[in-house]
Every structure is written in structure tokens, then in C-alpha cells.
Design a protein around this ligand. Structure first.
Ligand code: KG4
Ligand code: ZN
Length: 330
């Protein structure tokens, strides 16, 4: 059994967690920066980086105290090394390097996307490789065949916006507030998903890629038309996103040889309509459906600690001069 300290700071959440290789989350601490970014309607990189500097060490100390361990008890330190906002990534990675060096323990540089991709194995001990993963977050929308630790085959990606980005932009257009995903989901509960005719970009196309920019423009036109309530537009938008995600995922399933399960991760996986539709798709294909609990879907450090535990078990550690990478495809 090994004990890993995980650090996350690639966007607007600062987080520290202690995770064991036998899937116990001994502590997870997280500090969001929503209040700091809300006046700007989106994440401001400079503000984010400064907030990570202030928050990270106190969160590490709190997590260690929660778990009743010291840094010396930790077997390795896993920090997000990208992709993400470079200022924040550097804060987390440099902190991880300093902590690792101070106690002479190995550093594991984790790809944030790998954190999301492996997180379902933390919550579900029966989830075996390979599985088809829909990774839908604020910065990414991908379909990956997860074949093993450090072994990913990308079957699809977005040709413009990510799904979460489309939620965030729609929320902004409709004046629903920040962060956008949960705000759109709440508004959609009060609206009619069939009220507004919206496009389903790329639906039915052969390659299983995603596109959401046209949908966002259609939302802007629907708002400007003044015919529909924000709730009806939100509900219709969410229905269109779900349709696209399901159509594209179904297309990828045909190429996901040997997949044992359909898995969803990333912030958009917190959306109940998205989860429900994916579950139905999995059942129609006779596959298990696995979705991590909501707290593990959005950014957190337990998923980084867990990816660290999986890499550590595979003998994958990194030198202290490993670089921070703002762009880093899986
Ligand atoms: O994975 P995540 O926390 O951060 C990134 O790595 O991007 O994902 C954040 C994204 C945001 O775009 C947010 O609006 C979206 O996930 N999101 C949601 C919901 N909760 C978060 N989108 C739709 N419905 C939700 N309930
Ligand atoms: Zn994320």
C-alpha cells in the first residue's frame, strides 16, 4: 500500500488530497476561486495564479492534519503538470517539487486529463481496462479509449469549443451567472427543452468529433430574438448538447474494440441530463455505465493523487526538472 499526496492548481480550484493505492481518500481539501473571478465572468489567469500561491500550502497542511499523517509518511507527491493555465500549473508543480525534495520522495508529474481519465477507477474498483471515456470539461471534449495507465487512444476531440465552455458561454449570454454549467442546468429545469429550435453540430457525421461553436452562436441569436425565456433557451441548449454528446459517443462506441464500460468524467459529467442519457446509451449497448460521484467529476486533487498512485504502481516517476506544460495532449 502506498500513500500519495495529490496537488491540483491548473484552473480555478486549488486542491490537495491524500489518497492510498487501495482507493482510500484519507483527505481532500479544495478551495474554489469563484468569487474572485465572478466580476469578470470567467477565469482571469493572473488572479488564479496568485490565489493558488496563497491557498496551496495551507490546504496541504490541512489535508495532512485531516489524514493524521505527516509529509514524511507520504510515498510520493503527485502534482498536475499541465495542461492548463500556466501560472497556476507552475505554482502547483513547483510546490510539489519543493515538497518532494524536502522529504526525499519521488515526484509524479500528472497530466490533468489523465487525472480525469483514471478518476472513475478510484470510485469503482471493478472498472477494468479498456473502457471508452467521454471526457467533457471546461477545456476539453474528447472520447478516449483508456487501454491502461499511460495508454490512451484518442478517438475524437472538439474542432472548436469544449462542451463545458459552451455551457459557460451560454450562461454568460443568458445572464445566468458564473460558473456556467450548474447555472444552465438549474435554469433548464424550469424550461421546455423543445421550445427553441437549435442546431446539433456534426450530428450524424462519420468522424466522431465534436463542435459547439455554432450552437453557442445559435443561442445568441435565440436570445436576441426576444421570443423565448432564458429558461427555455437553457433547456433547449442543454438538450442539444446532450444529443450531440450521445450521437458522437455512439459513433465512437463502434470503434472502441473490447471496451468493458462506458465512462464519463470531467466537469460536464456533473450534469444530470448528460449522465442520464449516457446511462441509457450504455444500457442499449449492453455495457456498464460508470460515472464518478459529482465531487470527483469537477476538478479536485483526489483524482491527481489517484493518477499518481496508478503511475507510482507502474514505476512511473519524474525528475525534479520536469517542465510545466500549458498544452499537453494525452
Ligand atoms: O473538469 P472541470 O472542473 O475543469 C476543467 O478541467 O475544465 O470542468 C469545469 C467545466 C465548466 O465548464 C463547468 O461549466 C462545467 O464543467 N460543469 C457543468 C456542470 N458542472 C460543471 N456543465 C454542465 N452541467 C453541470 N452541472
Ligand atoms: Zn478538469
Amino acid at each position: 500500500m502506498s500513500l500519495i499526496l495529490g496537488l491540483e492548481s491548473s484552473c480555478d480550484e486549488t486542491a490537495a488530497a491524500l489518497v492510498t493505492s487501495d482507493r482510500r481518500v484519507l483527505a481532500h481539501r479544495l478551495l474554489g476561486q469563484e468569487a474572485e473571478h465572478r466580476p469578470y465572468g470567467g477565469v482571469v489567469p493572473e488572479i488564479a495564479a496568485r490565489a493558488h500561491v496563497e491557498a496551496l500550502i495551507p490546504l496541504v497542511e490541512a489535508a495532512l492534519a485531516d489524514a493524521g499523517v505527516t509529509l514524511a509518511d507520504v510515498d510520493a507527491i503527485a502534482a498536475t503538470a499541465g495542461p492548463g493555465l500556466i501560472g497556476g500549473v507552475m505554482v502547483g508543480l513547483v510546490t510539489g517539487k519543493a515538497l518532494a525534495h524536502s522529504v526525499g520522495k519521488p515526484l509524479i508529474a500528472v497530466n490533468h486529463l489523465e487525472g480525469h481519465a483514471l478518476s472513475p477507477r478510484l470510485s469503482d474498483p471493478d472498472l477494468d481496462f479498456p473502457y471508452l471515456l467521454l471526457l467533457a470539461s471546461g477545456g476539453h471534449c474528447q472520447l478516449l479509449l483508456v487501454e491502461g495507465v499511460a495508454s490512451y487512444r484518442r478517438l475524437a476531440t472538439t474542432i472548436d469549443d469544449a462542451a463545458g465552455e459552451a455551457f459557460d458561454k451560454t450562461a454568460k449570454l443568458l445572464g445566468l451567472g458564473f460558473p456556467g454549467g450548474p447555472a444552465v442546468e438549474r435554469a433548464a429545469e424550469q424550461g421546455d427543452p423543445r421550445a427553441v429550435p437549435l442546431p446539433r453540430p456534426l450530428k450524424g457525421s462519420d468522424e466522431p468529433h465534436f463542435s459547439f461553436a455554432g450552437l453557442k452562436s445559435a443561442v445568441a441569436r435565440a436570445r436576441d430574438a426576444g421570443t423565448w425565456s432564458a429558461e427555455d433557451i437553457a433547456a433547449s441548449f442543454q438538450a442539444a448538447v446532450v444529443d450531440c454528446l450521445i450521437d458522437r459517443t455512439a459513433r465512437a462506441l463502434a470503434r472502441a474494440d473490447g471496451a468493458t464500460a462506458l465512462v464519463v468524467a470531467g466537469g460536464v459529467a456533473a450534469n444530470r441530463s448528460v449522465r442520464g442519457a449516457l446511462q441509457a446509451l450504455a444500457e442499449a449497448h449492453g455495457l456498464r455505465f460508470v460515472a464518478p460521484p459529482l465531487w470527483l467529476c469537477t476538478d479536485n486533487a483526489a483524482m491527481i493523487g489517484w493518477a499518481g498512485a496508478e503511475r507510482f504502481a507502474a514505476g512511473l516517476t519524474d525528475p525534479l526538472d520536469v517542465p510545466a506544460r500549458p498544452r499537453w495532449p494525452l
